[in-house]
Design a protein around this ligand. Structure first.
Ligand code: AMP
Length: 395
């Protein structure tokens, strides 16, 4: 696996796939620049070597060339974050781009227009990848967030750089940190899997059972397990057709000596609303008309105890509807326990859209060891898949 250190970028044009798919508000201002910040070390290394950067990214899911998805909206913020005024070209391939690239000087950064304005990007089109490849001397993939896609700029393009391609700093650190959980973990290892649905997390759970000692299951998905075990869950979220699967996971965990920790109590509500009436009750005695929207305090204590005894912690998915203040306490308690365990020497990795949002919302980003930037890419890695964007670089 080649990295930036294998190259000197002096006088070279680095063609970098970054993930600048950042959220924008209604005025098209960047509301969270984390992904831009994450790409900074790679970009700075190229510039400090004496090279120039051509940045390729997608933004959102345009159907045509809707202006709301133009990467021009992020130029100011990216310039501020990177400390260099970005040049922008309103296309991704073609004469306009080739001219801008020809004029690019060492120390400069050129941002191309949204790659997904071309359907060829997502289709993994060879001709589109070939046109992009002509723009740079060295291809760098630093877009972990899209590494699970076999798109033109994330995978196909790599074959046009048989020698001159490498991973960027972010991608290397994502791989290294995931390996700290998956292959080089210090025991006891605890995985916390929460969120809405069993169906979206099932492959992850099955793949990590061999690697963990404790499995904490929380959030909406816990109710399918509770119901499968004969509990009364009222109107809580459930996937009835996944009950068998839930029981088989519990059985597999037992065979592999993994201790499963399910909630024992729940904060229940009479409607899915922040202003609902609430009560705490046993997880398996939820009355009809009520739904469990957060873990109860006994559960929070149990989960914290497991976490504080762990040396490696993986967290994906909230244990309650943390977006509503009334149902955030369980997720906050869990996050605080992970922060405390981390302070005491554990390695903790948080990943997957909603848990990252929770970590940010509750100011825990600096208190965990690593926050993955790649939602789907991280989940697929946890599922045991080799990501196309990573595979393409190794061939
Ligand atoms: P996921 O994307 O599968 O990780 O699911 C995250 C979502 O699960 C968040 O938006 C939470 O609000 C939601 N969630 C967590 N706990 C519950 C629950 N008990 N009932 C319904 N939704 C929940």
């Amino acid at each position: 696996m080649k990295t930036l250190n294998d190259f000197n970028f002096d006088n070279k044009k680095a063609l970098i796939r970054v993930d600048f798919n950042v959220p924008l508000n209604e005025n098209f201002e960047v509301t969270d620049a984390t992904r831009i910040e994450a790409a900074k070390p790679t970009i700075i290394k190229v510039l400090e070597d004496g090279g120039s950067c051509i940045l390729m990214s997608h933004l959102g899911r345009p159907k045509n060339r809707e202006e709301e998805f133009s990467l021009k909206h992020i130029v100011n913020k990216a310039s501020e974050v990177l400390g260099v005024n970005l040049k922008f070209v309103a296309d991704s391939i073609g004469p306009l781009v080739e001219e801008a690239v020809a004029n690019l000087q060492s120390g400069e950064i050129l941002l191309l227009e949204n790659l997904r304005y071309y359907p060829e990007e997502k289709a993994g089109d060879n001709a589109f990848a070939a046109s992009l490849s002509k723009l740079g001397d060295i291809y760098i993939n630093d877009a972990f967030g899209t590494a699970h896609r076999a798109h033109a700029s994330t995978a196909v393009i790599a074959e046009y750089f048989p020698e001159n391609k490498c991973f960027g700093t972010l991608l290397v650190s994502e791989i290294e940190n995931l390996n700290k959980v998956l292959t080089q973990s210090e025991k006891p290892v605890t995985a916390i899997i929460g969120g809405a649905k069993v169906s979206s997390k099932i492959t992850i759970i099955e793949n990590i059972l061999d690697k963990i000692d404790h499995l904490i299951i929380g959030g909406g998905m816990a109710f399918t397990f509770i119901k499968a075990q004969g509990g009364k869950i009222g109107n809580s979220l459930v996937e009835d057709d996944k009950q068998e699967l839930a029981l088989s996971i519990l059985e597999k965990a037992k065979q592999k000596n993994v201790q499963v920790h399910l909630p024992v109590d729940a904060l229940i509500a009479d409607q899915f609303s922040n202003d609902a009436n609430t009560e705490v009750c046993s997880i398996s005695e939820i009355p009809d008309g009520w739904m469990g929207l957060d873990t109860g305090s006994e559960t929070n204590t149990n989960f914290a105890q497991v976490i504080l005894n762990s040396k490696t912690i993986l967290w994906n998915g909230p244990v309650g509807v943390f977006e509503m203040e009334s149902f955030a306490a369980g997720t906050i308690s869990l996050g605080n326990a992970i922060a405390k365990a981390t302070k005491e020497g554990a390695f903790s990795l948080v990943g997957g859209g909603d848990s990252v949002a929770a970590v940010k919302k509750f100011n825990l980003t600096d208190k965990v060891s690593y926050v993955s930037t790649g939602g789907g890419a991280m989940l697929e890695t946890l599922e045991g898949k080799t990501l196309p964007g990573i595979l393409a670089m190794e061939n």
